[in-house]
Design a protein around this ligand. Structure first.
Ligand code: GRF
Length: 203
């Protein structure tokens, strides 16, 4: 059983999808010990509270010292024995401090096929570029912006009449599937990272 901390900043639909899949038994050997948010008004916090999951909120507004902020997170997580941090719509850049404290133990979901369209507004970037296919990526987090080793990706088509909203919704559906799949593999000890490559080991 792995103990996870899910980091959110807003809506929290990826967190909710993980939670539902754990409850349904689809996502096995995985426990969400705590939900962390940098935003006290994050909607996802309500889902956590309803499910009886502990929450930690450290407001990041006006916190310009990122290292000091991440040290506070590390201290706050200490009592939970966290194996893995799952960034799920966590909108703050994390520092080396946190990356090193949880080396190869932080994963993120991004709404594009990395390395295309990193950073903010990935769906709009894809639309503006005119790609015909986009999707989502679950990846390990290193010190860069959406640059760590890729665990898995899901694709979706881009249609001529897509808006940012319609495309985002199509991608989000796949995100909810992809994150649980990636976490299942991690929890089963089936991910082997060598440099940039993540090998999925046989059962
Ligand atoms: C998702 O599109 C995720 O890929 C991105 O931020 C969004 C968060 O959505 N990093 P939610 O808060 O999980 O609903």
């Amino acid at each position: 059983m792995i103990n996870t901390a899910v980091f959110i900043s807003g809506r929290g639909s990826n967190f909710l999808a993980l939670l539902k899949n754990i409850e349904k038994g689809v996502l096995k050997n995985c426990h969400i010990a705590v939900v962390f948010s940098n935003n006290p008004n994050a909607k996802g916090l309500e889902y956590a509270e309803k499910a009886g999951i502990k929450t930690i909120v450290i407001p990041s507004k006006n916190r310009s010292d990122r290292i000091e902020y991440d040290r506070e997170i590390i201290n706050a997580l200490a009592e939970y024995n966290i194996d893995l941090i799952c960034l799920a719509g966590y909108m703050r850049i994390i520092t080396e401090e946190l990356v090193e404290a949880y080396k190869n133990r932080i994963i993120n979901i991004h709404p594009a096929l990395l390395p295309a369209f990193p950073g903010l507004h990935a769906q709009k970037q894809a639309l503006d570029y005119g790609v015909k296919v986009t999707g989502c990526t679950v990846h390990f987090v290193d010190g860069g912006m959406d640059t760590g080793p890729v665990i898995l990706q899901k694709t979706v088509p881009v249609y001529d009449n897509d808006t940012e909203d319609t495309l985002s919704a199509r991608i989000l559906e796949q995100e909810h599937i992809a994150y649980s799949e990636a976490l299942s593999l991690y929890a089963a000890g089936r991910l082997k990272v060598s440099g940039r490559k993540v090998e999925v080991l046989d059962k």
